[in-house]
Every structure is written in C-alpha cells, then in structure tokens.
Design a protein around this ligand. Structure first.
Ligand code: AMP
Ligand code: MG
Length: 321
C-alpha cells in the first residue's frame, strides 16, 4: 500500500524493518526496496520479492559516518575526499567489509557497497531504524527502475506491505558506483554523479571495463533496466520493420524523424541533461502503458549525465537483441 509522507507512516515503516520485513522507500536516485542490512533473513526477502539472482550484491544505505566505520575498513584517504564532496548523494562506495556485514548482502564478496542518500524520507527512515538498510531498486529484477511510488506498486504491490511516497525521484538514475582499494579508485557503474565530477576530486580514477562473459563485479549484466515491450535505437530499425506497428518514441529534446509515432515522450524539452536523467525511467514507464508494439529511442550525447543515460538505454535495448 502507498503511504504518504508523515511521521506515523515513517514509524510504521521503521517497525516493519525492525520486525525483519521489507519496505519500499524513496531515494533521490530511484525507489529502494529495503530491509535491515544486518539481518540475513530479512535481506533474503528482498531477493525473493525482486526475483533477483543471489550473485548480485546490494547497497547498504546509511545516515551517518559513524555507521560507515562500523561496516568497512578505510585504507585510502581518497574515501574521505569523496565522502566530503558527494555525501549525502548519489555516490556508492565499494570498500573492504568488516565481519559484521552478512555475506548475503555482498554476494560473498570481501567488499561491500555503501551509500548515504540525500532524500529526507530515506534519511529519516535509516536514522530511526538505527541500522544500515540494504536496498536495491524496488522493481522486479531486470525491468524498469521505479522513480515514483506508483511505479513500485505496479511491479511489487503484492509483495511489499508499505510503499512510502516521497514524490518523483529527482536524480532519476541509480547511484554512481566507485570502488576504492588501498591504492586505486575504480568507476564500476555510471550514475547520478558524473565521471567529470569524480575526476575533479580524484583525477586518478579509472573506468573498469566489463567483459560480459566474465564480469569483474557482480551485477554488471548485459541486459537490465528494460521495458516490457521491445525497445530499439532508431538507427537500428530494419526496412519495413515498423509496418502495421504501434510505435512509441523517446527523444531527447525534439522529434528528429519522419516516423509515424502513436505516442512520443521527450527527456528534456529544454535540452538539460540532468532533467533528461530525471525523466528517463519516468518516461519509459509511461511508454510502457501506451499499448505499443515497439519503443524507438534516440541516443543522447555521451557527456555528463548522458553517459549514465546511454548505459541504461543500451542495456535495456540489449534485452531485445
Ligand atoms: P542496485 O542494483 O542499483 O541496487 O545496485 C547494486 C549494485 O551495486 C550491484 O548490482 C553491483 O553492480 C554493485 N555492487 C554492490 N556491491 C558490490 C560489490 N561488493 N562489489 C562490486 N559491485 C557491487
Ligand atoms: Mg536495480
């Protein structure tokens, strides 16, 4: 059930988490499906509800720096620089874990992913629970990520008792994931903090390229984030492929084609890449409900948040390759 933002409703969600159950809650990136991150049985309920493979580790969400020290060993001072600049916010750090972190959270890895979210409801929830909250996105594994409470209800409404409503997520794509080892900083996933922003703080950061046949970190899958109807880049359409089909379009700023669309959405009429990211999943959810046969997307410029947007669009279209 969707519950609106109030103290009583946050208290209900806290009680549910303390009792070892799962709740959906808003963050500035996407909505999360959370459980007590130190309780393996509670965390198992997340995997079950999402039908998420157990080799895919979760992010622990915290509300204070003291909590971070309980969970990880910090061996590189760049961690403090990154935290000072980007927390609370859409940056996840992968760091060597302490004993207290259950294996189910890390998929057996010696490292754990941790983030301090910025959204006021997420902050209040984590603080009131007094525990790190393990949370992936609150969707069925592999499908579109949720950026509103209604999106969560559509996919997981029968699996979760409480969905806290915090409005539309304003970053709209997942967090950027960075692994910090003793002497290296790696970017593992593009997201709400751009590579350029990271470079300003840590100029030695490198992108870990993924071999899909041999992923170097769990969760770097070939296809992900996909709508339930086929999706393709406009440049990939074959001759006559659209004949007799109801076609949807997702454009950055304006329609650049002669195609006869049944429905079109724009990521940012003003041409703003951050607004585009915030609208990405929101618009794909909308297109998913329009009874279309296919969704055609226009690639965006791979600059700033455009890199994270393209990462989602490529992975979503890979499902239909
Ligand atoms: P999400 O799927 O958005 O909840 O984010 C979780 C993602 O974080 C996973 O799919 C992995 O890509 C990444 N992740 C979490 N923990 C680790 C870890 N210990 N090492 C590498 N990547 C991780
Ligand atoms: Mg996800």
């Amino acid at each position: 059930m969707i519950l609106k933002n109030s103290k009583e409703n946050i208290d209900k969600a806290v009680a549910e988490i303390i009792a070892g159950n799962i709740v959906a809650f808003p963050t500035e990136t996407v909505y999360g499906l959370g459980a007590n991150g130190l309780n393996p049985t509670a965390v198992a309920k997340i995997f079950e509800a999402k039908q998420r493979p157990s080799f895919n580790p979760l992010i622990l969400h915290i509300s204070s720096r003291d909590q971070l020290k309980e969970l990880v060993n910090i061996e590189n001072n760049k961690v403090y620089k990154l935290i000072d600049t980007f927390w609370p916010g859409p940056l996840t750090l992968v760091l060597p874990k302490k004993e207290i972190v259950p294996d189910i959270v890390t998929a057996g890895n010696p490292t754990v992913a941790v983030r301090m979210p910025q959204h006021p409801i997420a902050k209040r929830l984590i603080e009131a629970c007094g525990k790190p909250i393990a949370a992936p996105s609150a969707n069925q594994f592999g499908l579109l990520s949720p950026t509103t409470a209604e999106h969560v209800e559509k996919q997981l409404g029968d699996k979760v008792n409480i969905i806290l409503d915090g409005g539309k997520s304003d970053v709209g794509v997942e967090s950027t994931i960075v692994e910090v080892t003793e002497n290296k900083v790696w970017l593992l996933r593009h997201g709400g903090i751009s590579f350029e922003q990271l470079k300003e703080v840590c100029n030695s950061i490198e992108i870990k390229e993924v071999d899909f046949n041999k992923p170097n970190a769990p969760g770097q899958l070939f296809h992900h984030y996909a709508p339930k109807i086929p999706m393709k880049f406009i440049s990939e359409i074959l001759p006559n492929e659209l004949d007799g089909k109801k076609v949807g379009g997702l454009f950055f700023q304006k329609n650049t084609t002669e195609i006869n669309f049944s429905h079109i959405e724009f990521l940012s009429v003003a041409g703003d890449m951050r607004e585009a990211a915030a609208n990405l999943f929101f618009n794909l959810h909308k297109l998913e409900t329009k009874n279309l046969d296919i969704i055609l997307v226009e690639p965006v410029n791979k600059k700033g948040m455009g890199i994270a947007i393209m990462d989602r669009l490529v992975k979503a279209s890979n499902r239909y390759r």
